[in-house]
Design a protein around this ligand. Structure first.
Ligand code: FAD
Length: 291
C-alpha cells in the first residue's frame, strides 16, 4: 500500500521507525522486536538502511516480513552516498523483487573518510540523484525524502536548504519526513516557509522519545537539534534514573505529538528505535486521540 494513500485518509495516526540488525546473530531478536511493534498496527513502519550498505539485505528482509506477516505497510530506506550506478540499480531491482512500494531516498551521512575522499567521480552526490534514478527505473515507487526544520548541518542557510528541498520534491518525492526536533515551533515555522516556497507534499514530523540520557548526546550531535530549556530541565532532573527518564521522555514526546495533532498534523512518525515498550506506551497514551 502506498504511503500517499494512507496520508490522504486524514485520520490521526502514528508510524514507527525500526532499524535492521547489523549481524546475522542479532537478526532474530531484531525481527521479534519489529514484529512486536507491527502488532500495534501503526499506519506504517519505516526500516532504516546503513549508509555503508552493510545492512541493506536486512532492510528488505525486515520490511518484507512486517508487510507479509502483519499487513503493516512499510517504507524501506535507501542511501546512495559513494555508491556506483551498478550497485544502486541492483538495490532498486532487489526492492522491486521484494515487492517494496515505498522508498525513502537518502544521500546518507558523509563519514570523515568520505568527506576527505575525492568526490569528483561520484554518480550520486545528493539524494536528488537517487530520486531521479528511482523514477527512471520505471518502477512505480512512492518516494519520500528527508527534510530538516533546523536546516541540514552542511547547509549554509535555510533558504539554500529549502531550494534544494524543492529540487528533491520536483524530482519525484511524494512526501517528506523530518529530522527529530524538540520544539514544535521550529516545525511550524519550517512548514510556513516551505509552503511559501511552493512545496506542497505532505510533511511527516519525526519525533524521538528520549528515554535514556546517555543516548541524548549522540542524538543531538548527529541531528544538531535545539534543546528547549523545558527539555533540558527534564534531563537534568531525571537523567540519572533510567526508569524516571524513560517515563519523562515518553511523556515529553506524547505532549509534542498531541500539540502536533492539535495544530493540523495527521501522521507523526515516532523514532521508536526497536523498542516495542516505548512504541506501545506512546500509543496507549494517545488511545482516545488516534483514529
Ligand atoms: P540531501 O538531500 O542530499 O542533502 C544533504 C545536504 O546537501 C543538505 O545540506 C542539502 O541542502 C544539500 N543539497 C541537496 N541537494 C543539493 C544539490 N543538488 N546541490 C548542492 N547541495 C545540495 N541515514 C542513513 O544512513 N540511513 C537511513 O536510513 C537514514 N534515514 C533518515 C531518515 C530521516 C527522516 C532523516 C531526516 C535522515 C535520515 N538519515 C539516514 C540521515 C541522512 O542520510 C543524513 O541526514 C544525510 O546527511 C543527508 O541526507 P539527505 O537525504 O537529506 O541528503
Amino acid at each position: 500500500m502506498k504511503l500517499t494513500e494512507i496520508l490522504g485518509q486524514n485520520r490521526l495516526t502514528l508510524s514507527f521507525e525500526v532499524f535492521p540488525p547489523k549481524t546475522d546473530t542479532s537478526f532474530d531478536s531484531v525481527r521479534c522486536a519489529t514484529e512486536e511493534i507491527a502488532r500495534l498496527h501503526p499506519a506504517f513502519m519505516s526500516v532504516t538502511y546503513g549508509a555503508g550498505g552493510g545492512t541493506s539485505r536486512y532492510t528488505l528482509e525486515i520490511a518484507k516480513n512486517i508487510w507479509q506477516r502483519h499487513g503493516v505497510p512499510t517504507l524501506a530506506h535507501l542511501t546512495c552516498v559513494s555508491s556506483t550506478r551498478g550497485t544502486v540499480r541492483q538495490k532498486i531491482a532487489d526492492m522491486r523483487e521484494a515487492g517494496i512500494e515505498n522508498v525513502m531516498a537518502l544521500r546518507g551521512d558523509l563519514t570523515p573518510e568520505l568527506e576527505q575522499s575525492d568526490r569528483s567521480g561520484w554518480t550520486y552526490r545528493h539524494a536528488v540523484d537517487l530520486i531521479r534514478e528511482l523514477r527512471e527505473s520505471g518502477a512505480d515507487f512512492c518516494i519520500g525524502g528527508a527534510c530538516y526544520p533546523e536546516i541540514h548541518p552542511e547547509s549554509r542557510n535555510q533558504a539554500e536548504d529549502i531550494r534544494y528541498l524543492k529540487e528533491k520534491v520536483d524530482a519525484g518525492c511524494s512526501f517528506l519526513t523530518t529530522q527529530m526536533f524538540f520544539d514544535n515551533n521550529l516545525l511550524y515555522n519550517f512548514l510556513y516557509k516551505i509552503r511559501e516556497a511552493g512545496i506542497t507534499v505532505p510533511v511527516i514530523p519525526g519525533i524521538m522519545p528520549i528515554t535514556n540520557a546517555s543516548y541524548l548526546d549522540r542524538a543531538i550531535r548527529l541531528s544538531g537539534s535545539f534543546m528547549p530549556q523545558r527539555f533540558k530541565s527534564l534531563v537534568d532532573r531525571f537523567g540519572s534514573s533510567p526508569a524516571a527518564m524513560k517515563q519523562a521522555g515518553i511523556a515529553y514526546a506524547t505532549d509534542q505529538i498531541i500539540d502536533l495533532f492539535a495544530n493540523g498534523i495527521t501522521n507523526v512518525h515516532v523514532y521508536s528505535m526497536n523498542k516495542p515498550d516505548v512504541a506501545a506506551q506512546i500509543q496507549a497514551n494517545l488511545s482516545d486521540v488516534l483514529g
